[in-house]
Design a protein around this ligand. Structure first.
Ligand SMILES: O=C(O)CCC(=O)C(=O)O
Length: 298
């Protein structure tokens, strides 16, 4: 089944739309997806997400942060060893990364890009408890899932360039034509409270189906900015929002259709979060596809 078959052009109530909203907003509610709403509710409940406490092994998390520190030492012309029991947890390390991003954006981007494909990050993504948790939510076994987009986000304070606006995950990773056959596992690498940019979700929004606004309206102004598939404010406003409290190593597993967004980081530290997408490989219309290499700026 092709992507176009998943996104059905069903007229929707646009009475709440404000001026400036993007034009066509359709939602997959009928046809083949109607049969899949049962999968969606059974796997993601009424809220659209499941919380796991203490899922990430602290040693795996340390390995990711240690790799980040090591890359910084190697890449920042101003780097000096940080004298602290855990250097990558020191405010001075966060301050140095924030300064590097401002003074040497290409060096920062290369650290960021390297982290994404580092063995430390990839190992975290396929760590047994994480794979088992996601496979369990998707009602299969760990060998019945594949991953895409294992990612470390590094969001500096007050960053609006990379903060993700309200979106669904489906348009970024449309591998399963049944969106209930995929999920996102998101985990902060530090304790996360409102000031440090708690994760935002819209309760129950996963039952909306796939919004074609998200698929059609991609926005990525530069290499340094995140790709955005924004959901219009009027549609977000129809849902109650939540910001689950999470500590380092806790995880949220949510549906590919759940509306979610980056919280505002008003702390003085970089917001370090991990995410990975899981896909059932046995579903109808599963399309793994191939991913292209886009060179880092030099
Ligand atoms: O952690 C975040 O800021 C948001 C991550 C996210 O929305 C995503 O990976 O889709």
């Amino acid at each position: 089944m092709a992507l176009a078959d998943v996104i059905e052009a069903v007229p929707t109530d646009r009475s709440k739309a404000g001026s400036g909203d993007i034009a066509p907003v359709n939602i997959a509610v009928g046809g083949p997806l109607a049969d899949r709403r049962g999968d969606m509710r059974r796997r993601f409940g009424d809220t659209g997400f499941v919380k796991f406490t203490g899922l990430g092994d602290p040693r795996d998390v340390e390995r990711v942060l240690g790799t980040l520190y090591r890359l910084w030492m190697r890449s920042d012309p101003d780097a000096r060893p940080i004298e602290a029991p855990i250097p990558w947890d020191a405010d001075a390390f966060h301050a140095a990364l924030i300064a590097l991003r401002g003074n040497h954006p290409k060096a920062f981007a290369k650290i960021y890009d390297t982290m994404q494909i580092s063995t430390a990050l990839q190992s975290l993504a396929i760590a047994d408890p994480i794979t088992a948790a996601a496979a369990g939510v998707l009602e299969t076994d760990p060998d019945g899932v594949a991953i895409t987009g294992a990612m470390l986000r590094m969001d500096p304070p007050d960053d609006r360039r990379n903060a993700l606006a309200w979106h669904q995950e489906f348009p970024h990773y449309p591998l399963n034509t049944n969106p209930a056959d995929g999920c996102v596992l998101w985990m902060p690498l530090q304790d996360m409270e409102d000031a440090s940019g708690a994760f935002k979700l819209c309760l129950g929004s996963h039952m909306e189906g796939v919004l074609d606004a998200g698929v059609a309206h991609c926005d990525r102004p530069s290499y340094y900015a995140s790709e955005q598939h924004r959901i219009p404010d009027w549609r977000v406003a129809r849902f109650e929002q939540t910001r689950p409290s999470v500590e380092a190593g806790d995880a949220l597993c949510f549906a590919m259709t759940t509306f979610h967004a980056t919280g505002e980081n008003v702390s003085n530290r970089i917001r370090l979060t991990f995410g990975v997408r899981f896909h059932r490989t046995d579903g109808e219309g599963f399309s793994p596809g191939r991913f292209r290499h886009e060179p880092s700026p030099s």
